[in-house]
Design a protein. Structure first.
Length: 434
């Protein structure tokens, strides 16, 4: 039996886990990251659309995304890697959020104003000029594409909010690898093809983890960044009894289609269309990525075991999501054969992540992150490190939540907004849009 003794263990080597590993390593800690996959970023990260946007329903969500965008725009400086190597790149295309009753524009812009996010309010004529080929019809609420009502005429026309500093990262898996490389240069170790089968504890303190091959890794700090496996890891640790927010694995699909001629001349903006229940963003080679926004009319594909999820896109989901995109942009074709990726998301009850300590001292969680937290990953590493530093020094985060001052924007984020014990907010059902 091999026993290693780092200062901290991070379980999960997706974009969240690698970001946490990097920031912990920057404090001088010896870090080991463990993942059951064979490569960094091979889980939920690889299925991410990697959209960088700022429209969330809370100030802390908006402020987090706005600060994180500054890290993506200065990616080489954030990484501080020695030598030349391939790097993921942020593409600033802007993002268009089409009007819908699910998002009140005045509430969004109030948060943008407070956080300092630049935006423009577009009326229908501006939307037509800015997005040639769009159908600006109001079709709310989203409907199944097999329902005759889906093809009914519009009930008015839409405007939109445009944020010019939004965009996307071109290679989410490479972004995770970049973070892992930066952490490795500081001495962090990555153990791939290793499955965690035990979380060791003594009384109310974590003492390490056990792997399937018999290896024990002792550490005073363990961070659960295991994505859709995070709930299972918590059960191994015996934590979760005081959580007011649950998480569950959700299978999702993102599809690829050829961009219509108007888009092929240059990358258009990201378009979030809650009115029809879809989103799209440009992709390399004259393509578009098309995904869904979890409208009420679509059944969610909750699963028990992430390992059993089918990684292949399905014809039904492909036709549903691409048909909605084609309703908004009629020049988009709907091919007969599905092309895209399927992944398993780690989804919290309110689609807001949990970045917190737990009742087991030394055991921390960065979970419920899938679907809308790729954009925040570089900052999440800093959140968790600030939280760990504070709690391990004796601070009562549950009673007096840690507040993080953002380096680039000056905003202050209350990490209590991501508490495991936060109340589940009343009101309209939350979606991947946060």
């Amino acid at each position: 039996m091999t026993v290693t003794h780092p200062d901290a263990v991070v379980v999960g080597a997706g974009v969240i886990g690698t970001a946490v590993a990097l920031e912990l390593a920057r404090t001088g800690r010896q870090v080991v990251a463990v993942d059951k996959a064979g490569a960094v970023g091979h889980g939920s990260t690889s299925a991410s659309s990697a959209i960088i946007r700022f429209n969330f329903s809370t100030f802390d969500g908006v402020a987090t995304a706005w600060e994180a965008q500054h890290l993506w725009t200065s990616w080489p400086d954030h990484l501080r890697l020695a030598g030349r190597r391939p790097l993921a790149a942020f593409h600033r295309t802007g993002a268009v959020l089409l009007d819908s009753p699910a998002v009140v524009p005045s509430e969004v812009t109030a948060l943008f104003d407070r956080a300092g996010v630049p935006y423009e309010r577009w009326d229908t004529p501006t939307l037509r000029r800015s997005l040639p080929g769009i159908d600006p019809g109001r079709y709310w609420p989203p409907k199944p594409v097999d329902d005759d009502a889906f093809f009914a005429g519009p009930a008015g026309e839409l405007g939109a909010l445009f944020t010019p500093d939004a965009g996307y990262v071109d290679d989410p898996q490479l972004a995770a690898q970049n973070l892992a490389d930066a952490a490795s240069e500081l001495g962090a170790r990555f153990l791939l093809h290793h499955t965690v089968v035990a979380v060791d504890r003594h009384a109310d303190r974590v003492t390490g983890i056990g792997l399937a091959d018999g290896t024990r890794i002792t550490a005073a700090v363990v961070v659960n960044a295991a994505g859709p496996w995070s709930g299972g890891l918590n059960r191994l640790a015996g934590v979760g009894g005081d959580f007011t927010i649950g998480v569950c694995p959700l299978r999702e699909e993102v599809h690829q289609v050829a961009a219509p001629a108007g888009h092929a001349a240059g990358p258009g903006p990201v378009v979030a269309d809650l009115d029809l229940g879809t989103y799209l963003r440009p992709a390399p080679g004259g393509h578009l990525l098309v995904g869904g926004t979890e409208p009420d009319c679509d059944p969610h594909e909750w699963i028990d075991d992430p390992d059993e999820a089918d990684p292949r896109p399905t014809a039904h989901r492909f036709r549903t999501q691409v048909t909605r995109a084609a309703r908004r942009f009629p020049a988009i074709g709907v091919p007969g054969r599905p092309l895209g990726v399927a992944g398993v998301y780690d989804v919290a009850d309110d689609w807001t992540p949990i970045y917190d300590r737990t009742a087991l001292d030394g055991y921390y969680v960065a979970m419920g992150t899938s679907g809308n937290q790729f954009k925040n990953a570089p900052l999440v590493g800093r959140f968790l490190t600030a939280l760990i530093d504070s709690v391990e020094a004796g601070h009562d985060h549950d009673g007096d939540p840690v507040r993080y001052r953002c380096e680039h924007t000056g905003n202050v984020v209350d990490l209590g907004a991501f508490s495991r014990r936060r109340p589940l907010r009343a009101g309209p059902a939350r979606t991947v849009m946060g």
